[in-house]
Design a protein around this ligand. Structure first.
Ligand code: G6P
Length: 615
């Protein structure tokens, strides 16, 4: 969490920093701040609780000049979100300023030690302790800033992506990372850009260096980028070309990123399958798991690890792998798995699912499973992120940048890739008849068009949303592979509209949630045709008998549910195992409209962040 940016070059730093922070706001928006050194060598720091726009208003009459600067958007961990705890933080003499994404776990003991040496701290943050430590080392050991940063980081336990700026040396920025992401852009005009991800950089340059863990970059204006590791060994920077385009990270005429991303799904699902699904030849090609096919064939068990929406995709994966490939599956919250001393066998396959590829709990769970000899397969969206790098193999989801904090297109892309994987493994193991395999490939190919059909119903879905926008609670029900979709529908609603919502397997309703049902309670039910249809119809009747309101997602042409439900949303027919890819779309749209009607900030819901790099 937290977004960091830095600029050093020959143009004004402030607009670059502000634009960059706005692009990174999905990483946290509790407070924002910038530090700039102006032409006379004066260091100016402006920071403000709240969003970047509040920082902009608060500092509009200040001196915003300077061609070197750093900026930060915060998701609070240590210390409440207020102006004082905002980044950048000063060192003791106020000569150094620093921004930080991550957590310094041993900050309390370092703080005590520094206090005894006379350091005075203004904030409650772990970050301020680190910048004081750097200066303390600089002063007492007579080191240059780069070396002092290395020496300080050797004492630190935790995760960090930091940028340090020194008032006495406005020609240099020092950046370092461990566990939190950092990209350095090499500009076309002898300038450098630093950011948590490539989105603030892409409009200026496509040449970037992804800093590795325990590397420190010493960036000098117009001159050079030097990288050292914590052993003080010089490393040659590996310059890569960015593949993302600017329009992929802009709203493109939509009111919100979330809506844009919902509408992108016909394309993003297609992109997830591109080159991998060759229906005419009856083939699934997944280059990233080719080396692990024998492992998949012999696996006694697959464990999915993930958090949030990605965990829901894992639950869909469980149904598919068990149904298609007949391999037992467990789906684990990464945060629980990592602390549970789990039983892991060497022939286990662990599939880690993550949009960002940076989620701290998922990464830690991977390391644990790896240390016990399991094969790790990553299913991630952000190319080059930490989870794919920590995995033995895997498949990118290729959904393109997802900016809205509430995940939409990443979910359908994850489910797409997991479906292809399950089909491919079924083929390897011989657990599925050729004819059924081929039929499912054709069904998969038709999914983007069917999503398109659902999106056309947006005006009707919006009308339904208007009826339930003032609800206090909501229940989501589904059975079989639609149960995870019910969970995902409930998560979408609660995270962006702040309406309390729960997802349940429809039959479990009678063991508790049924007590909540009255005429005020909307119950969203996935009641598409399939093996469980009749059972879900009975569950709907149970809700109706208690005067609950039914909003049902049904297969086109359905009669029975239509007669019982208050509202129905028809989705095109597909194989029942593939329904999640289509049935989740109306639930995403319903949540979106409800949140907008309630005046909520759908792209940046309160207290959440898109990339959770703290545990
Ligand atoms: C956060 C995001 C969710 C996401 C979850 C897991 O909570 O707000 O949208 O599902 O993290 O993130 P990952 O990047 O690992 O999929």
């Amino acid at each position: 969490m937290c977004g960091i940016v830095g600029y050093i070059g020959n143009k004004d730093a402030y607009p670059v920093l502000i634009k960059g922070l706005q692009r990174l706001e999905y990483r946290g928006y509790d407070s924002a701040g910038v530090a700039l050194i102006n032409g006379e060598g004066k260091l100016n720091v402006y920071k403000k609780k709240g969003k970047v726009s509040e920082l902009v208003s608060a500092s509009k009459n200040e001196d915003l000049s300077g061609s070197v600067g750093i900026g930060h958007t915060r998701w609070a961990t240590h210390g409440e979100p207020n102006d004082v705890n905002s980044h950048p933080h000063y060192s003791d003499t106020k000569d150094l300023v620093m921004i930080h994404n991550g957590i310094i776990e041993n900050y309390a003991s370092i703080k005590e030690r520094l206090k005894k040496r006379g350091h005075k701290f203004l904030s409650q943050t772990d970050t301020e302790v680190l910048v004081h430590l750097i200066e303390d080392i600089q002063q007492h050991e007579g080191m240059k800033l780069g070396h002092a940063v290395i020496a300080a980081l050797k004492q630190v336990i935790g995760a960090y992506a930091i940028v340090v700026m020194d008032k006495k040396d406005p020609s240099t920025l020092i950046a370092a990372k461990k566990g939190s992401p950092m990209v350095i852009g090499i500009g076309n005009n002898d300038d450098f850009y630093i950011a948590s991800d490539a989105s603030p950089i892409v409009e200026y340059t496509k040449n970037v260096v992804y800093l590795e863990d325990e590397q420190v970059a010493i960036i000098r204006r117009g001159l050079e980028l030097k990288i050292r590791n914590l052993k003080d060994k010089e490393i040659t920077p590996y310059v890569q070309e960015l593949t993302i385009e600017l329009e992929a990270i802009e709203k493109g005429g939509y009111d919100h990123f979330m809506l844009k991303e919902i509408y992108e799904q016909p394309r993003s699902v297609k992109d997830s399958m591109r080159g991998r699904l060759i229906a005419e030849e009856g083939k699934v090609v997944l280059g990233g798991i080719v080396d692990h096919e024998v492992k998949f064939k012999n696996a006694k068990r697959i464990i999915f690890i993930a958090c949030g929406t990605s965990w829901h995709a894992g639950l869909v994966g469980e149904y598919l792998f068990e149904e298609f490939a007949r391999i037992p599956v467990e789906v684990e919250y990464a945060s629980e798995f990592r602390y549970r001393n789990p039983i892991i066998y060497q022939d286990d396959i662990v599939i880690a699912i993550s949009q960002s590829g940076e989620t701290a709990d998922t990464l830690a769970a991977i390391e644990l499973a790896k240390s016990k000899g399991a094969t790790i397969i990553g299913v991630c969206n952000v190319v080059g992120s930490s989870i794919p790098r920590a995995s033995h193999g895997g498949s990118y989801t290729h959904a393109g940048p997802e900016i809205g904090v509430a995940s939409t297109k990443a979910f359908t892309a994850q489910v797409t890739v997991l479906t292809l994987m399950a089909l491919h493994v079924a083929r390897l193991k011989g657990t599925m008849a050729e004819s059924r395999f081929r039929q499912l490939l054709y069904e998969m190919e038709a999914i983007p068009g069917k999503i398109e059909e659902v999106l056309k119903q947006n005006p009707e879905i919006k009308k339904i949303a208007a009826k339930y926008k003032d609800s206090k609670n909501a229940l989501y029900l589904g059975r079989g592979v639609s149960f995870p979709v019910a969970l995902e529908g409930a998560l979408k609603l609660k995270e962006i509209s702040y309406i309390h919502a729960e997802g349940y397997p429809a039959a479990e309703m009678k063991h508790g949630p049924i007590a909540l049902i009255d005429e005020e309670m909307p119950v969203f039910v996935i009641a598409t045709k399939g093996a469980n249809y009749e059972k879900v119809v009975s569950n709907i009747q149970e809700v109706k008998a208690r005067k609950g309101k039914i909003i049902a997602v049904v297969t086109a042409g359905d009669h029975d549910v239509k007669e019982m439900a208050d509202h129905v949303i028809e989705i095109p027919e597909t194989d029942e195992n593939l329904v999640p890819l289509i049935s989740v779309i109306p639930l995403q749209l319903l949540s979106y409209h409800i949140a907008v009607m309630r005046g909520c900030n759908v792209d940046q819901p309160r207290n959440l962040a898109k990339s959770v790099t703290v545990e």
